[in-house]
Design a binder for this molecule. Structure first.
Ligand code: ATP
Length: 238
């Protein structure tokens, strides 16, 4: 077992043409921890994630993963380092079965997943086991999110990036997803969580960052931020 992964972001700036969507942000993800990046719609959260995965061309600043500068690596090289993203809107393959989606997740490791891998995700999400041979498009929104997370886990990531896993889900399903994330983290996986659900995200995160209009407005422990007057007022409606 290698030590848990850590990621450091320094002065990350991202442009879309002339638009500066992310402006010189700094972040440090603690190995084995849960770090949350929160902010309103359009703040630049997804842009930050896409940049970390190497999916955006015009990026400056640096991204250091376990001591290695990965800023200029291609997406497949970043995945090969063990950084795996669960994209916004889940992006599962809806015409394929749950099993096939999971098998594809293991592709990076050159196989279609061991029985142990399947058992691990079934323990986390028993409903996927029940629906294993059903078409993924017939799953509920919450089940599709579970599948997206499970598929990413099949790749045996060292760092899991999640883009708004709670989006569009009922509160009770959100609780279920967050419980699973806690459990995955307790098993040693480093998580980076991008969320508009500020309360839930900061509750499970040891460290949080608040992005506003592309700039880092605040950072602190999850607890500190949950009690920060600006967070209370702007994001928690208190
Ligand atoms: P959301 O919750 O909607 O995903 P976000 O915080 O993730 O919001 P981003 O999607 O990163 O925000 O968008 C940040 C800014 O960049 C926004 O002003 C958005 O309009 C702009 N933007 C995003 N994608 C593009 C693009 N492909 N081309 C031009 N501008 C873009």
């Amino acid at each position: 077992q290698r030590p848990a992964a850590a990621l450091e972001v320094r002065g990350l700036t991202v442009h879309y043409g002339h638009i500066e969507a992310v402006r010189g942000i700094d972040m440090a993800l603690e190995p084995g921890g849960i770090t949350a990046l929160v902010g309103a719609n359009g703040a630049g959260k997804s842009t930050t994630l896409l940049a970390l995965s190497g999916l955006l061309p015009k990026v400056s600043g640096s991204v250091i993963f376990e001591g290695e500068d990965i800023t200029r690596l291609a997406p497949h090289q970043i995945v090969a380092r063990g950084i795996v993203q669960v994209p916004e809107g889940r992006a599962i393959l809806t015409t394929m079965t749950v099993r096939e989606n999971l098998e594809l997740g293991a592709y990076r490791r050159g196989n279609s997943g061991t029985p142990k891998d399947f058992d691990y995700v079934f323990a986390l999400f028993p409903r996927l086991k029940e629906r294993l041979d059903g078409v993924a498009g017939n799953l509920s929104g919450g089940e599709q999110q579970m599948l997206a997370i499970a598929r990413a886990l099949m790749a045996k990531p060292r760092l899991l990036l999640l883009d708004e896993p709670s989006m569009g889900l009922a509160p009770i399903v959100v609780q279920e997803i967050f419980r699973a994330l806690r459990s995955i983290n307790a098993d040693g996986l480093t998580l980076f969580l991008v969320e508009q659900n500020v309360r839930q995200a900061l509750k499970i995160a040891q460290r949080g960052y608040v992005l506003e209009n592309g700039s880092m407005a605040l950072s602190g422990s999850g607890k500190e931020l949950l009690n920060h007057p600006r967070v209370l007022q702007a994001y928690l409606g208190v």
